[in-house]
Write a protein that binds this ligand. Structure first.
Ligand SMILES: *[C@@H]1O[C@H](CO)[C@@H](O)[C@H](O)[C@H]1NC(C)=O
Ligand SMILES: *[C@@H]1O[C@H](CO)[C@@H](O)[C@H](O)[C@H]1NC(C)=O
Length: 365
């Protein structure tokens, strides 16, 4: 149990846990510590005793574990994360269902009233050697899973599900982390299926089904002047169904020292995707904070290999790169995207690179 001293765990409330097992050398099944599946009982105490730590004084009404939407989304909505692991090493989570029942908060957000930001359902900060296998995350208030400041995290057989119109409900967000692998997973949500923030490197995503959602997004990047870059990201074998984007790189149109390099998108299937392949370096919503500026984020060596299927819009391939730091080393190889059985089109600005094999729509690089 020596390692358990390294764990710092904050459990605000567990609304629905079904047979989640936490493992840290010894393995704990939280059901054998009094957690009951079905979400009717308070499983947070069982969770804490599984860690061999006394429960902190109950900051009512934070400890609860019950079925049905929390009448007050503020309970977890102002805390940043619902289930948070910080500075832990070697934690594994097998199975389990987290249902944050975010609908009331989304409704509040959609009505434009002053609402809490919402919490990430499961967050890992500054942790190493994490393994998540078979987790189901439903209806998060905000991001479903966050990996921030971590090394070596393995997410396998993860299922994320939230409605396509739920706001800011990214499936898995990775930033400031190296050696993260996401395999054999299925994400349906209202925002990015996987979003990749500053400082992500050596990220591997394989066998992902995405949709509805906003696709896989590197960015938004480049808000800050001094920002860690993103490098060595592989997305291999993924299907995007009815999503807003397929694979996107997005940067603010502001000065920055950031970069995106050595990215491989391989074996991708697009099914009725609005922007199957897109680089958008002119992101400046409402023309605020960045009008008429170029993005400082340098994008280089991005390869799209074997990408095919259908676009829901005419422009299936769009490289809208920075006027101050053009994209370089964009490579297209065996790309075939159609729009309503007609040829789709490609659009390029400030983008340099090469095309090999069949490339439809014809490359504009
Ligand atoms: C890139 O990342 C993968 C893991 O995703 C790793 O195996 C590989 O060694 C990395 N390549 C470099 C050059 O760091
Ligand atoms: C491109 O895809 C369309 C639709 O799937 C298919 O009919 C066509 O034969 C493909 N073209 C090439 C050159 O592979």
């Amino acid at each position: 149990m020596a390692t358990s001293r390294m764990f710092q765990i904050l459990i605000l409330s567990i609304l629905y846990f079904s047979s989640m097992i936490l493992a840290a050398s010894p393995t704990y099944n939280i059901q054998s510590y009094g957690a009951k599946s079905g979400g009717k009982s308070d499983c947070s105490k069982a969770f804490l005793s599984a860690w061999g730590r006394p429960a902190p004084p109950p900051p009512q009404p934070l400890y609860m574990c019950r079925r049905g939407a929390p009448s007050d989304y503020n309970v977890i909505g102002r805390s940043g994360s619902w289930l948070k692991f910080e500075r832990v090493t070697g934690v594994s989570i097998y199975g389990g269902t987290l249902d944050a029942q975010g609908a009331n908060l989304w409704a509040c957000k959609n009505s434009g009233k002053g609402c809490p930001k919402g919490s990430t359902s499961l967050a890992f900060y500054n942790s190493n050697n994490i393994r998540i296998n078979g987790l189901v995350s439903l209806n998060s208030q905000m991001f479903h899973i966050l990996v921030d400041g971590c090394r070596n995290a393995n997410l396998v057989n993860v299922r994320v599900s939230a409605p396509g119109n739920s706001p800011n409900t990214d499936g898995i967000h990775v930033q400031q982390s190296s050696g993260v692998t996401i395999m054999n997973s299925h994400v349906s949500t209202g925002d990015d299926c996987v979003s990749i923030g500053p400082g992500a490197s050596n990220l591997w995503i394989e066998n992902l089904a995405c949709g509805p959602g906003h696709g896989i997004s590197i960015g938004s990047l480049g808000w800050d002047m001094n920002e860690a870059g993103v490098q060595n990201v592989t997305v291999k074998t993924a299907t995007f169904s009815g999503t807003e984007n397929g694979v996107r790189v997005k940067t603010w149109a502001r000065p920055s020292n950031g970069f995106v390099r050595d990215i491989l998108f391989q074996h991708l299937v697009m099914v009725n995707v609005q922007n199957p392949v897109i680089i958008d370096q002119n992101y400046c919503p409402n023309h605020q904070n960045c009008p008429h500026q170029g993005s400082g984020v340098k994008i280089s060596n991005v390869k799209y290999e074997d990408v095919h299927g259908t676009s829901a819009t005419q422009v299936a391939v769009k490289f809208d790169c920075s006027k101050t730091r053009p994209c370089s080393g964009i490579r297209l190889d065996e790309v075939n995207l159609t729009f309503r059985d007609k040829p789709a089109t490609a659009s390029c600005s400030n983008a340099g690179g090469t095309a090999d094999g069949v490339v439809k729509p014809s490359s504009c690089l």
